[in-house]
Design a protein around this ligand. Structure first.
Ligand code: ADP
Ligand code: F6P
Length: 453
């Protein structure tokens, strides 16, 4: 079997005793890779004097992680600036939050060229290259420029907006042309694929773009949850609830996740359905993410204030309605928290997939499962039909969804959970990766790439 070369901005190099890094890409890919020789190339997560240099290598089993540092300047321009300050809001339909700066555009493209030049000498002729996410739209073209002839696939973990929105990106056609150097492009959902295909075609490129909804290892997560629920943290949480129903939110602290909307929805529940007052607790775990980007710092302040206000308005001497934590919690511990929760509350304003929604379902006790209240704007909403779908723009709709979940009889909860877990079991992380790579292997590079040159 050909070696797989993965390229992503974030590389989960195993580092003992380090806090877990939240983020769907690393989680999904790591789960998918157990079975083949892999080189995983990307950013070390560190900044140094210069971008590039000799990659640091760490080998664990069949996977070698090769990482390079970014210069402080490139971190600012490529990661904080263009990737997180421009592309992230654009791709999540939030143009109002996007800021375009020519020097960041230049930095983004320069870092991709540096990635290509550093990676090229590490490549073998029969490698299959799989590039991940919006940090690396120009990379396939930069690799071709450096002489790479290997088959190249690309997977977009985040949404792709409709063409008129994408057209707000200055010089956006250049990124499409560079992306068109890939042999196959995968997206999370069919609408994302349709949007990206339309943008590529509009710019004159006919690359295959197909949906490959990302999966999780549901059995494994269920085992973690079953074990963790007997652990110390889960027992502390259960004891502290004093019999109250737990509503759980788990996210990176990101404006795409609809966190203020979620808190307002919870406040609306307490106002409009007073029978739940004193009987429910919302635990929101949201570790700080991309703290160097202004919009994320503003969001943090807004949430601190909102959580404080809800507790002030509704709390009692023996009841704190919102528990608000901004540090990461280890995955196994989280799995146990999901199993304890009566309701999983996942309210992104727009999300490629949202693995947390799938993890919540996987972690449930089959005899007494909790209910997922899920935004209709998460990619996962296409698959998890047992969830109560809500529009997060309306706090009252979130409140109604929460109320329906809290009063739902066990038989109905079980029925919904059985439907959803069946979907998850059909599409593990490994099956998702194999599906994409099999499709990439089937593509006859020459005719399909003809229009892309
Ligand atoms: P994104 O990729 O935008 O962060 P996803 O929901 O797709 O969103 O993936 C997030 C992944 O990171 C999940 O596997 C989840 O378990 C993990 N994660 C999210 N929030 C936390 C957190 N608060 N603590 C630890 N892990 C988290
Ligand atoms: O899943 C989407 C994504 O942007 C990944 O590419 C990324 O690794 C993850 O979210 C977390 O973001 P970051 O790497 O910027 O912390």
């Amino acid at each position: 079997m050909a070696r797989l070369v993965i390229v992503s901005n974030r590389v989960p190099v195993p580092r003992p005793r380090e806090r877990p890094q939240a983020g769907g890409l690393a989680v999904a890919l790591k789960e998918a890779l157990a079975t083949r020789e892999t080189l995983w190339f990307g950013w070390s997560g560190q900044t140094g004097a210069a971008t590039g240099g000799d990659p640091a290598l760490v080998t664990v089993g069949q996977t070698t992680y090769a990482t390079i540092d970014l210069s402080t300047e490139d971190y600012r321009l490529y990661y904080t600036g263009f990737s997180n300050g421009m592309l992230w809001p654009l791709l999540h339909y939030r143009m109002g939050l996007a800021e375009f700066r020519r020097e960041e555009w230049d930095g983004y493209r320069r870092v991709n060229t540096a990635f290509a030049r550093t990676l090229k000498p590490l490549l073998r002729a029969d490698d299959v290259i799989w590039i991940h996410d919006f940090h690396h739209f120009p990379l396939a073209a930069a690799l071709r420029e450096a002489g790479a002839k290997q088959r190249i696939g690309f997977f977009l973990h985040v949404p792709f907006p409709p063409l008129p929105l994408y057209q707000a990106l200055p010089q956006g056609n250049i990124l499409l042309r560079e992306l068109a150097s890939c042999d196959l492009i995968g997206t999370q959902t069919a609408p994302d694929a349709a949007n990206l295909r339309e943008a590529l075609r509009g710019a004159g490129f006919d690359v295959p773009v197909r949906p490959f909804p990302i999966g999780i290892d549901a059995e494994d997560f269920a085992r973690e949850a079953e074990k963790a629920v007997r652990g110390q943290d889960a027992r502390r949480l259960t004891a502290s609830l004093s019999g109250r129903a737990l509503i759980l939110g788990v996210d990176r602290l990101d404006y795409s996740k609809g966190l203020p909307q979620r808190l307002r929805g919870f406040a609306s529940l307490l106002r409009r359905f007073p029978e739940h007052r004193g009987r429910v607790t919302l635990l929101q775990v949201a570790p700080v993410s991309r703290g160097d980007v202004g919009q994320y710092r503003t969001l943090r302040r807004e949430l601190d204030e909102l959580a404080g206000r809800i507790n002030g308005d509704h709390g009692d001497i023996d009841w704190v309605p919102v528990r608000w934590m901004t540090r990461a919690v280890p995955r196994p511990t989280l799995a146990g928290f999901h199993r304890i929760a009566r309701v999983g509350l996942v309210t992104p304003m727009r999300d490629g997939m949202n693995l947390v929604a799938k993890e919540f379902v996987a972690a449930q006790d089959p005899a007494d499962p909790g209910v997922l209240v899920l935004s209709c704007f998460a990619g996962a909403a296409d698959e998890l039909r047992g969830a109560i779908l809500v529009n997060p723009h309306d706090p009252d709709e979130i409140a109604e969804g929460l109320n329906a979940a809290l009063v739902m009889p066990t038989s109905e909860r079980r029925k919904r959970w059985i439907d959803d877990i069946a979907v998850l079991r059909q599409n593990s992380a490994a099956a998702w990766a194999e599906g994409f790579l099999a499709a990439l292997a089937r593509i006859g590079a020459e005719p399909l790439r003809a229009g892309a040159r």
